[in-house]
Write a protein that binds this ligand. Structure first.
Ligand SMILES: NC(=O)c1ccc[n+]([C@@H]2O[C@H](COP(=O)([O-])OP(=O)(O)OC[C@H]3O[C@@H](n4cnc5c(N)ncnc54)[C@H](OP(=O)(O)O)[C@@H]3O)[C@@H](O)[C@H]2O)c1
Length: 402
C-alpha cells in the first residue's frame, strides 16, 4: 500500500505529517490523539470531528492545536464556538461540514466515526487520494465494492486499523499473494463466550459492553458480544485482502494476544502478536511505513503461560452465519445486514429489545429484503434507509420476544 513516507522515527527535522481525525472523541479517536500528543512535532493536526460531544472536541482541538473543529450535530455549534473563543481554531457544524473536514489537505485521515455515518467523509478523503487509516468497518461492509473501486480510481491508500486486519496487513506478503491459502481472524469470544443462551437472553447493556479484554465504544462492544463484529470483519477482510469467503476463517482466542494469522500454501502460518491495546495498530497506521513507540504494555508470554483456541459456537452466535450469508449473496445484502444491525444495537442499548433480539432483527430484515445489485452511492443510501425502517418496524413487532 503506497502511502508516501512519513517522518523518520528519530529525525526531529522531518516535516510533521498532517493529520485529520474523523471521530476524534470516540475510543479510537482518543487513542489516536493520545499517540499524537506523545510524539510532539511528528504530526500537525488539520481537523478534528465529533458527533455531539462539543466539550471533549474543544478540549482536544486546543490540546493538539487543530486548525479546524467540526461537530456533526448542528445544535452543538454554539457550545463548540463558545468553548473555542479566543483561539484561532475554525469551527463548523453539520454533516456537510464533516465532509469538508475530510476534504482539508491532510496527508493522513483517521476514519473512526462509528457506523455508516463515516462513509461519506471517508469517501471524500479517498477521492482526494489521501492515505486513510481505516477503523470505520461499517462503511466497508455497507459499500465495499464501491469503496474499493474509488480507492483504485483515486490512487488512495487504506491502512487497516482494526486490530485483526492490521495484524493481517503486517504479515500478508503481497508479493506472495497467490501463495496465501487462508486468513484466520481471531476473536476473543466477547463477554458471553462461556454463557448459556438463557443467560444471553437476559443480558443487560451494561453486561454486554463489558468486554473482557478491550476497552471500546458501546456499539462495537455489543457487536463483540453478539460476534456480529467478527461477521463484519469477515466482510471487511474479503474487501481488503481479496480472498474468497470460505478462505476467511474465524478462531476464538480468549486472550486476544494473537491478533490474526495468514496461512501460506507451504504450511507456514504467520501471526502478529501484541497486548490488547488499540494504540499498537493505530500507531502502525499513523507511522506507516515507519514505526513509532507506544506506551502499550509489553507482551510477556512467560507470565501469560498459555494461549488457548476454540471454534466459534454457531448456535449461540448466529451472527457469524448471517454475515457469511450476506457476503455470499452480495449486492445489497451486506448493506442491509449492517443497517439492521446498527438499528438493533441502538435498540438494545436503549433497552427497547433483548440481547438475542439483535440478531433476530437483522435476520428478519435480511429475509424481508431480497438482495439486489448496488450500482452507486445513492443506491447504498436508499437501501440503508429502507433497511433501517424495516429494522425499526421489526423492533416494534410482537414476534420479537426472545
Ligand atoms: N474502539 C475500538 O477499539 C475499535 C477497534 C476496532 C475498530 N473499531 C471501529 O472504529 C469505529 C469507531 O469505534 P469507537 O469504538 O471509537 O466508537 P465510539 O467510541 O462510539 O466513537 C465514535 C465516534 O464517532 C462520532 N460519531 C458518532 N456518530 C456520528 C455521526 N452521526 N456523525 C459524525 N460523527 C459521529 C462520535 O462522536 P461523539 O463522541 O460526539 O458521539 C465519536 O467521535 C467503529 O467503526 C468501530 O467498529 C473500533
Amino acid at each position: 500500500m503506497a502511502c508516501s513516507d512519513g517522518p523518520d522515527g528519530d529525525d526531529v527535522t522531518a516535516k510533521p505529517r498532517s493529520l485529520t481525525v474523523l471521530g476524534s472523541t470516540g475510543s479510537v479517536g482518543c487513542s489516536t490523539l493520545d499517540l499524537v500528543m506523545r510524539a510532539p512535532g511528528r504530526f500537525a493536526v488539520e481537523a478534528l470531528t465529533a458527533g455531539r460531544n462539543a466539550k471533549l472536541l474543544a478540549e482536544q482541538a486546543r490540546a493538539v492545536g487543530a486548525k479546524l473543529a467540526v461537530i456533526a450535530d448542528e445544535a452543538a455549534y454554539g457550545e463548540l464556538k463558545e468553548r473555542l473563543t479566543g483561539t484561532n481554531i475554525a469551527v463548523a457544524a453539520g454533516v456537510a461540514a464533516v465532509d469538508e473536514a475530510a476534504a482539508q489537505p491532510a496527508e493522513l485521515v483517521m476514519s473512526a466515526i462509528v457506523g455508516v455515518a463515516g462513509l461519506s467523509p471517508t469517501l471524500t478523503a479517498i477521492r482526494r487520494g489521501a492515505c486513510v487509516a481505516f477503523a470505520s468497518k461499517e462503511c466497508l461492509v455497507s459499500a465495499g465494492p464501491l469503496m474499493m473501486a474509488e480507492i483504485a480510481r483515486c490512487a488512495a491508500t487504506l491502512l487497516p486499523v482494526d486490530s485483526e486486519h492490521n495484524a493481517i496487513f503486517q504479515v500478508f506478503n503481497t508479493a506472495q499473494a497467490g501463495a496465501v491459502e487462508r486468513i484466520i481472524l481471531t476473536a476473543s469470544g466477547g463477554p458471553f463466550r462461556t454463557k448459556s443462551r438463557e443467560h444471553m437472553r437476559r443480558a443487560t447493556p451494561a453486561e454486554a459492553v463489558a468486554h473482557p479484554n478491550w476497552s471500546m465504544g458501546a456499539k462495537i462492544s455489543v457487536d463483540s458480544a453478539t460476534m456480529m463484529n467478527k461477521g463484519l470483519e469477515i466482510i471487511e477482510a474479503f474487501h481488503l485482502f481479496d480472498l474468497p469467503e470460505p478462505r476467511i476463517e474465524v478462531l476464538v482466542h480468549p486472550q486476544s494476544v494473537i491478533h490474526s494469522m495468514v496461512a501460506y500454501v507451504d504450511g507456514s502460518v504467520l501471526a502478529q502478536l501484541g497486548p490488547p491495546d488499540m494504540r499498537t495498530p493505530i500507531a502502525h497506521a499513523l507511522a506507516y511505513p515507519e514505526r513509532m513507540p507506544t506506551p502499550s504494555a509489553r507482551l510477556d508470554l512467560a507470565a501469560l503461560g498459555q494461549l488457548t483456541f476454540e471454534p466459534p459456537d454457531p448456535e449461540r452466535f448466529p451472527a457469524l452465519r448471517l454475515a457469511r450469508e450476506a457476503l455470499r449473496a452480495g449486492g445489497s445484502a451486506p448493506t442491509i445486514l449492517n443497517a439492521a444491525n446498527e438499528v438493533a444495537v441502538a435498540g438494545f442499548l436503549g433497552q427497547r429489545l433483548g440481547f438475542l433480539d439483535i440478531v433476530r432483527v437483522v435476520e428478519e430484515t435480511l429475509s424481508a429484503m431480497p438482495a439486489r445489485a448496488i450500482d452507486d452511492l445513492d443506491a447504498v443510501r436508499e437501501i440503508d434507509a429502507a433497511a433501517r425502517r424495516h429494522a425499526e418496524h421489526a423492533i416494534g413487532s410482537s414476534r420479537l420476544t426472545a
